[in-house]
Ligand binder design. Sequence first.
Ligand code: CA
Length: 382
Amino acid sequence: MKIVEVKIHPLRTPLETPFAFSQGWVRARSATLVEVITDEGITGWGEAFAQGLEPPQIAAAVIGSALTPVVMGQDPLDTEVLWHRMYHASRDYGRKGSVIAGISAIDMALWDIAGKAHGVPVHKLLGGAFRTRVQAYATGFYRISGQGEAKRLGEEAIAHHEAGFRAMKVKLGYGIQDDLAVMREIGRNIAGRGVTLMVDTNHAYGVGDAIRLGYGLAEYDLRWYEEPVAPEHIQGYRQVRDKLPMPIAGGENEHTLYGFRDFLAAGAVDIAQPDLGSVGGFTACRHVVALAQAHGVQVNPHVWGSAIAQAASLQMIAAVPVAHHSVFAEEPIFEYDRSSHPFRQFLVKEPVQQVDGWVEIPMRPGLGVEVDRAVLDRYRIA
Ligand code: CA
């Protein structure tokens, strides 16, 4: 089998109601999708992680100019070989960010092709499924006006609970006092409902304030505290982790086994969160899983993309071992973004659906997605 074409689909649509996370206002949802076409009629889909503030054209340019020439004419089943070739070809200007997101998208598509060629879901090629369903957690609690939204966010917690979620991640990083006011309101509203909370500041604070906030959060029995400091401040992560009682999580802005090597060796986190569309695809995530396992760190993939990224994340989660085995071991959970994304669900024929807070791992070949081309055409960037 040979790769004969790589099609790039950069998509974007403005949001009716822009929302904020600690790093800025999200005014549009976007995605950089790739379609890798083979001479045997099998097509694979992939997606580069488009962070809320990131123009999807960056990863599209990387894929078109730098990576397509590397993979054209090659056998798509040579996933490991092609990953290293793409990495080597872009090393001197890549290694992080959108270049690795571009590699991620192509790698994801190659694994989709491999699954379809073998007639099995990707998790089977990764070594099998440790689980056939995964608990979903609601990612939400974004800001619409800015600070002082505790009451509305408290009500949002009830809405997630009523939708079936028993785990929720609260976006913080809007000022420590404002953050704590939000948590008090949410804590009051979910009391007695059996809800597990996590928080995510998207690296809004330096070490001192990250720790100060953490002291104020100790009473919520958090499953994790995500991105307490900037991704490149590895020692800062370690300082935060040394001081605070709750598990520290991070890694959505880290890339490849090389980035995670330093992150893990420093003892930065309890939970590593590679994003399939950003870490370097399945090939790199598999490297990171092995590395994390050796460091006694749990991998819990991050996802904040369209239906293709979600499908990839579910296939990976199925194949992630628990780092700390016990009869009642804590299993990885699936990030279920509840923020506005006009085309996420419509992009594929069978989108991810949670039922009572759980999501089944798709058993269809490859990623198990069938893309609706009308949706591609509708949201395509001219
Ligand atoms: Ca995050």
